[in-house]
Write a protein that binds this ligand. Structure first.
Ligand code: CP
Length: 361
């Protein structure tokens, strides 16, 4: 069973601002490269699911959500009030700019409602309340919970009583699955062929990761979701100051999927070989942020391959020089802008509102 948005509303360009600097991505290219109608059965299968790790996402679901997001990017759907009557709880027990605000923008632009814990310290936690009890309360307050927490086991704790779908917006050094979804949506818009399983060797990309997957949840989720796109990766190299930036579990997982991961300590030497650079140089360690060594800084004069693109989930510090913002290597602003649409696609599916999206008859 397939759906396609009705032609009268599918007229692009969409109603929202896209990023103004760096690479401007055209969602139409993704739709042209993968032109079949959306798989309604697959997207409907996400109704009432939780997304706590990237294990909830298959290659097929990433592609279908990405194609749905691309249609939303080109389409004015708010007049159809897709999330009318739905109330989303955003509960942030750790700071955020992009994740909370892009989720809330996604909901509000679809005519849903949001109640927000912007600072978890202002909840009953200050009086010793448990996350399990907070989950019990959420059951009667909303329809879906988006939570971020400094503790890796926080998702398990709230799920003891929570019966609503839960989206993990980042849990300590655990995962950040919707950041990974955003990252892969961005890459698929940049190079739509990456979703093609029979990709020619010459079309595959050499991926360089600057960071510590073991303690950086965005990198970890990006790489774990990347396993479903392993056909698109010619090589994966991690640039780190650490001897083992993976930890045994993640390394075993990558290697058991046939990905040969290399660790290097010199960014200048390996940089010219990368097609895609994923940076995330702020690691959460012991409840506070630690910045990577200044040797791993990227700037406009770094020896980047022509055509190479940089992803960064942000927030950034000195590791990603602002001089790169004006260059064609800057995919990170497009990445941040893509978050609203892929999160809209996910929310429409999790909340069972695909039927509100007008389809071609
Ligand atoms: N990408 C990301 O998680 O950013 P925030 O910390 O601002 O939400």
């Amino acid at each position: 069973m397939v759906i396609e948005l009705a032609k009268d509303i599918y007229s692009g360009p969409g109603p929202y601002k896209v990023n103004s600097r760096g690479i401007l991505l055209d969602p139409q290219r993704l739709l042209d490269a993968h032109p079949s109608r959306l798989d309604r059965r697959l997207l409907e299968g996400l109704h009432h699911q939780s997304v706590v790790t990237v294990d909830a996402l298959s290659r097929r679901s990433v592609l279908e959500l990405s194609r749905f997001a691309a249609q939303l990017e080109l389409t004015e759907v708010s007049a159809h009030h897709p999330l009318d009557g739905k109330l989303v709880i955003t509960a942030f027990f750790e700071a955020s700019t992009r994740t909370r605000l892009s989720f809330e923008a996604a909901v509000l632009r679809l005519d849903g409602k949001v109640v927000s814990v912007q600072d978890g310290r202002m909840t009953g936690v200050a009086k010793g309340e448990s996350l399990a009890d907070i989950g019990e309360m959420f059951n009667t307050y909303g329809d879906l919970v988006i939570m971020r927490h400094t503790d890796t086991d926080a998702m398990d704790r709230i799920r003891r009583n929570l019966q609503l779908p839960l989206i993990n917006a980042g849990n300590g050094t655990g995962e950040h699955p919707t950041q990974a979804l955003t990252d892969w949506y961005t890459l698929l818009k940049w190079r739509p062929a990456l979703a093609t399983p029979a990709l020619a060797e010459t079309d595959r990309v050499d991926l360089g990761v600057v960071g510590t997957p073991m303690s950086m949840r965005a990198v970890k989720s990006f790489l774990r979701l990347g396993l479903t796109f392993r056909h698109a990766l010619r090589s994966v190299t991690v640039v780190s100051e650490m001897a083992d930036p993976f930890g045994a579990e993640l390394r075993d997982e990558l290697e058991s999927h046939g990905i040969d991961v290399r660790v290097v300590h010199d960014i200048k030497e390996s940089l010219p070989s990368f097609d895609v650079i994923y940076m995330n140089s702020i690691a959460l360690l012991g409840g506070s942020y630690r910045q990577m060594d200044s040797r791993f800084k990227l700037h406009a004069k770094s020896p980047l391959k022509p055509g190479a693109v940089i992803l960064h989930p942000l927030a950034r510090r000195e590791e990603l020089d602002r001089g790169l913002d004006e260059t064609p290597h800057n995919l990170y602003f497009a990445q941040a802008a893509s978050a609203v649409f892929i999160r809209q696609a996910l929310l429409i599916c999790l909340l069972g509102r695909l039927d509100r999206i007008p389809t071609r008859s």
